[in-house]
Design a protein around this ligand. Structure first.
Ligand code: NCD
Length: 356
């Protein structure tokens, strides 16, 4: 069965098809109201969530299906020390499709390796969040008519911001897209994101100035500084108010720039901006439900896994303390070889961190 672990598991053509289905759902919701009759979605959320979980659940209900839910490790056998593999195998006995959010990076891939039903990554630590990207893509498509030639600013916690990692991956595949990455030095995008940009020669700049960058942007994607991912609370306190988008700063932007945010917002966008026509963050919330409906339909229909077999290397250990290989019972480390032939790099299959 086909799973969605990383946004790049979907081709550009498949993204186009999902956008077309979501658009049709928006226009003809009744035609979809029984498409998943008798099917069950399990939402397993081991990290806090409002939008992602509820939109998955609303999506399944609007397709006529049912939902089984686990919220928080404390409410399940995970609190007793059950592995991700065993949890997934158990849920496979009850549900037809799983949406999993978990703090360990690579958790959704581990789950998908152990069940014959589709697993959707609803956020794995600071790594990826492909279905938020689907919401973002539908929003950009509806606002801008397409993705080519956009200058996309991503601002805030680019180190732990899984939504940003997936969005950059998805948009990198369109002609003429360039990125402006706005963050404090301590929260720059991880190497596995910039490695992909370098490999495909996609232009990007890194800066700490929001005011200096905003006039050039077609999209400004704000993110929250994520307190829960910091090992050092003093560093969080020092960085938490670095960027606040105010009406004064928005005055410097193009008249049709889209302001996006995956939400939750803490204070990085002034509420005075909510009524500005450029504010798109609540549109993203709504679009997320339609794209998740389109995705559930697609994955439940597809009996194959088109993932190419890859050569795996098992002689290294992943140094990322948040990698699932550090906590999952008897999970062997696995690395893939990436990068150019003259400078190859081993990257962890699960969390993409580089072996050192
Ligand atoms: C984000 C997440 O959980 O990664 N929110 C979301 O899913 N819409 C962003 C965040 O938590 O800051």
């Amino acid at each position: 069965m086909r799973s969605l672990i990383d946004i790049l598991d979907l081709s550009v053509r498949e993204i186009d098809e999902l956008i077309a289905t979501a658009t049709d759902i928006i226009e003809n919701p009744d035609a979809y109201s029984r498409k998943c009759e008798g099917r069950k979605l399990a939402t397993l959320f081991f990290e806090p969530s409002t939008r992602t979980r509820l939109s998955f659940e609303a999506a399944m209900y609007e397709l006529g299906g049912h939902v089984l839910t686990v919220v928080g490790a404390g409410g399940s056998s995970v609190a007793k020390g059950e592995s991700i593999a065993d949890t997934a195998r158990t849920v496979n006995c009850y549900a037809d499709i799983i949406a999993l959010r978990h703090p360990q990076e690579g958790a959704a891939l581990v789950a998908a390796q152990h069940v014959p039903i589709p697993v959707i990554n609803a956020g794995d630590g600071g790594h990826c969040h492909p279905t938020q990207t689907l919401a973002d893509l539908l929003t950009i498509y509806r606002e801008k008519g397409g993705f080519a030639n956009l200058t996309v600013g991503v601002c805030g916690d680019l180190k732990y911001g899984r939504t940003v990692h997936s969005l950059i991956g998805a948009l990198s595949r369109y002609e003429g897209v360039r990125f402006v990455m706005i963050s404090p030095r301590e929260l720059k995008v991880p190497g596995y994101v910039t490695a992909g940009l370098k490999e495909h020669q996609i232009p990007y700049t890194e800066t700490d100035s929001l005011e200096g960058s905003i006039p050039d942007l077609d999209i400004l994607y704000m993110t929250r500084i994520q307190r829960e991912r910091f090992d050092d609370p003093a560093l969080y306190d020092a960085l938490k108010d670095t960027y606040v988008l105010t009406p004064e700063k928005l005055n410097l932007a193009k008249p049709d720039m889209c302001v996006m945010h995956p939400l939750p917002r803490v204070n990085e966008i002034s509420t005075a901006i909510d009524s500005d026509p450029r504010a798109c963050y609540f549109k993203q919330v709504k679009n997320g439900k339609y794209m998740r409906m389109a995705l559930i339909l697609k994955l439940l229909r597809e009996p194959f896994d088109p993932r190419e077999p890859r050569t795996l290397y098992h002689h290294l250990r992943c140094n990322n303390p948040r990698c699932v290989t550090r906590t999952e019972q008897e999970l062997a480390p696995a690395f893939i070889l990436t990068g150019p032939k003259d400078a190859p790099v081993y990257r962890c299959l699960y969390c993409e961190h580089r072996a050192r």
